[in-house]
Design a protein around this ligand. Structure first.
Ligand SMILES: C[S@@+](CC[C@H](N)C(=O)[O-])C[C@H]1O[C@@H](n2cnc3c(N)ncnc32)[C@H](O)[C@@H]1O
Length: 272
């Protein structure tokens, strides 16, 4: 299990046991925000969750790592951003059980396409039946590797290739792939959601900037890391990496920028 995931789980435990980090994690609406009256109000008065997403959320909550699940209100916000820019091509780096990937697919027109990267096959296996349900996404290829890139198109196909997120989008592994850029898709994507291993975020961000068009959006999750980015401990590589990225983006003239206190912190970068 990746160090980042362990750290995330520990933060979840810390919240339960000590209340530390509550301000960041109350932004999680997995359970309908039932522990917080304001969040409950937000959910009651704004969430329009597709029935298949509700089923997938409830199934995901049975998983021991459900703390990783994106907030439903955050997913809905990102789906609305995709609609706003008439997005038809999106990437998700770190799919988990597919809640946000499916939410993005549902926000697109019939020819929409979502490329979702997930390295743990067990999570993809949770996602698959929900993708197939309602024929939102039909699987036409089987993944046989732990490291998979799932390319799925609404009402069309689910392909798999033997590559990890790094091989798909990270400059560190250029020799192994950079599959999308090598495939001539630079500058063609409308939206990227970065939500995988935090210490590699900078690489994912740079490659995402290459992959999206002008006016396209890069959404980056967990940029507040339960508040730890404010004063990262020297030994805390994850908080250090996120803090460095946040500071880099603040100065980055290639983008317009917002950092939102949604969920665990969500950065919205719009390519100039
Ligand atoms: C926070 S979860 C993603 C949540 C998801 N976006 C959602 O909608 O619920 C992070 C996921 O990234 C995956 N991951 C971490 N490093 C990865 C990598 N290098 N390539 C692909 N997936 C990775 C983990 O297995 C985990 O499922």
């Amino acid at each position: 299990m990746a160090t980042d995931i362990k750290a995330l789980f520990c933060i979840g435990l810390a919240v339960v046991l000590t209340g530390v980090g509550k301000s960041a994690l109350i932004g999680k609406t997995h359970s309908g925000g039932k522990d917080d009256p304001v969040l409950q109000y937000v959910v009651n008065n704004s969430l329009r969750e597709h029935p298949v997403l509700t089923k997938l959320r409830l199934r995901t909550l049975e998983d021991p790592w459900a703390i990783m699940l994106v907030s439903s209100d955050q997913a809905q916000f990102m789906a609305n951003l995709i609609k706003l820019i008439n997005g038809t091509k999106a990437i998700e780096i770190g799919m988990y059980t597919g809640y946000n990937a499916l939410s993005m697919a549902l926000a697109m027109s019939e020819n929409g396409r979502v490329v979702a990267c997930e390295k743990e096959e067990k999570y993809v296996n949770i996602a698959k039946p929900f993708f197939k349900e309602n024929e939102i996404v039909q699987q036409t290829a089987r993944c046989t590797s732990t490291f998979c890139q799932y390319v799925f198109t609404k009402c069309c196909r689910l392909e798999s290739k033997k590559v990890s997120a790094q091989e798909t989008v990270s400059p560190k592994d250029a020799k192994q792939g950079n599959a999308l850029i090598a495939g001539g898709e630079a500058g063609t994507f409308d939206f990227v959601f970065i939500d995988a291993d935090k210490t590699n975020y900078d690489g994912y961000y740079e490659k995402s900037l290459e992959l999206i068009r002008k006016g396209g959006i890069i959404a980056i999750d967990n940029v507040l890391w339960s508040g730890r980015v404010v004063n990262p401990a020297p030994s805390d590589n994850t908080s250090q990496a996120l803090d460095a990225l946040n500071k880099k983006l603040h100065k980055d003239q290639r983008i317009d920028l917002s950092m939102l206190t949604v969920g665990d912190g969500l950065t919205i970068a719009i390519k100039r």
